[in-house]
Write a protein that binds this ligand. Structure first.
Ligand code: GLU
Length: 445
């Protein structure tokens, strides 16, 4: 069976770094196996779902380079959930309940107060048809719970956590449908995973208990008895080791504004929380080849923004001109990019260095002996294949200067700065005429 994964965000907000990591791992898992990666929009909550977030999710995935092989929407599949629900109803696997949120809360508190797990007591199972008729006559509609089979032990071999075992009697029968007929997350998700041939469900460990109850839904609905494999990755925490609010608000826009390249985010999120080293790997294929659930640890994955910045700088230094051309200042060509690239922390810094080439530049005042030296430089300037090495070679021979005394006044005269990109790359970009003008001006002032 073709390995099929899915990323299933609810379009009730923007993706944050935790969702992005889940999306990435599902994408890598599918790509490594030559399988399919689906985007499933979990929009059964009509009230909170927004079309603008659906668009933002697509745009974010595109920016990250996580191309889905198909897109599905839960709101377009309500008839499928209805059909599955009818099957479960016919099989006696769903039942009607009427407890209010307050009543349930009270039941929970009483159990907790006695030191017992807050499991739903199935009181509604004892209702008779007359009781249901009375509720209906009073205009009270039921919500529906899935009936867990207490005789069917729940086990799975988790791709990250290893063998898992749950006693169904210790779990509450999950509510699958609200009184207004709308769906909670559990059942539609299981129906979709089966319908769409999802072979691997990879999600955060906050879903472990959902998986436990969903496994019985899968078993109740899977015609061929085949259900997905499950893997739950440890959650993402901030560098201080805590679940942080900040992580929940950090999304693609914020990263893009800070000059973080998608490759940097991907390289970091691909590896944190695993036993593989975090490295500035811009090549997706390398990341995909080394992706392996067996390397995932149980400890929370630490997301360190300083580490992201270091990775980003190293990635920027590897980016090809074609990858950045549309973000560079007007007139900056491949030679310009290669000249300034080693000096950048972010691509947008390129503009600052490019101004040294295009000018105007502000030169510092020079002492008399340097002015004489720069006048000599203007005379000796000759244009060829490698004007910088030709110029410094000729000046060294003519003046006996070396090291800083040889190079620094030239750099200052030609760029106005005492540091910056390699002059051998910059000088050809400044051009012969402008270089001579700058040297002569520095010699005069
Ligand atoms: N919409 C669910 C969520 O965002 C999907 C969880 C899942 O992967 O099944 O939590």
């Amino acid at each position: 069976m073709t390995v099929t994964t899915r990323f299933a965000p609810s379009p009730t907000g923007r993706l944050h770094v935790g969702n992005i990591r889940t999306a990435l791992h599902n994408w890598m898992h599918a790509r490594k196996a030559g399988g399919r990666f689906l985007l499933r929009i979990d929009d059964t909550d009509a009230e909170r779902s927004r079309e603008e977030y659906v668009d933002a999710i697509r745009a974010d995935l595109a920016w990250l380079g996580l191309d889905p092989d198909g897109e599905e929407r839960q709101s377009a599949r309500l008839d499928r959930y209805e059909a599955a629900f009818e099957r479960l109803r016919a099989a006696g696997r769903v039942y009607r309940c009427y407890e209010t949120a307050q009543e349930l809360d009270l039941k929970r508190k009483i159990l907790l107060g006695r030191g017992l797990p807050p499991v739903y007591d199935r009181a509604a199972l004892a209702l008779t048809e007359d009781d249901h008729a009375a509720k209906a006559a009073a205009g009270v509609a039921p919500h529906w719970r899935f009936l867990l089979d207490h005789q069917e032990p729940i086990t799975w071999d988790d791709g990250v956590r290893g063998p898992q075992k749950f006693d169904p009697a210790q779990l509450s029968d999950p509510v699958v449908r609200r009184a207004d007929g709308s769906w909670l997350y559990m059942l539609p998700s299981a129906v979709d995973d089966l319908d769409m041939g999802v072979t691997d469900v990879l999600r955060g460990e906050d879903h472990v208990s959902n998986t436990a109850v969903q496994i019985q839904m899968f078993n109740a609905l899977a015609d061929d008895g085949r259900i997905p494999r499950f893997a739950h990755e440890a959650l993402l925490v901030g560098s201080e080791g805590k679940l942080s609010k900040r992580l929940g608000s950090l999304g693609c826009d914020a990263f893009r504004e800070r000059g973080i390249e998608p490759e940097a985010l991907v390289a970091l999120l691909a590896r944190i929380g695993t036993s593989l080293p975090v490295e500035p790997i811009a090549d997706r294929d390398t990341l995909v080849e080394t992706f392996d659930l067996a390397t995932f640890g149980r400890a929370p994955a630490k997301f360190d923004e300083a580490e992201l910045e270091r990775i980003n700088t190293a990635i920027v230094h590897q980016l090809d001109y074609d990858a950045v051309a549309d973000r560079l200042p007007q007139g900056m060509d491949a030679a310009g990019w290669h000249a300034v690239r080693p000096n950048l922390a972010t691509v947008s810094d390129a503009g600052e260095w490019w101004r040294l080439v295009t000018g105007p530049i502000a030169q510092p005042p020079f002492p008399d002996e340097d002015r004489a030296y720069l006048a000599e430089a203007a005379r000796l300037l000759e244009w060829g294949e490698d004007p910088w090495h030709a110029l410094t070679g000729a000046l060294k021979a003519a003046t006996g200067r070396k090291g800083k005394a040889l190079f620094l006044p030239l750099r200052q005269a030609l760029t106005g700065m005492d540091h910056g990109p390699d002059m051998a790359g910059l000088l050809p970009l400044i051009g012969e005429t402008e270089a001579r003008v700058r040297l002569e001006r520095a010699a005069k002032e």
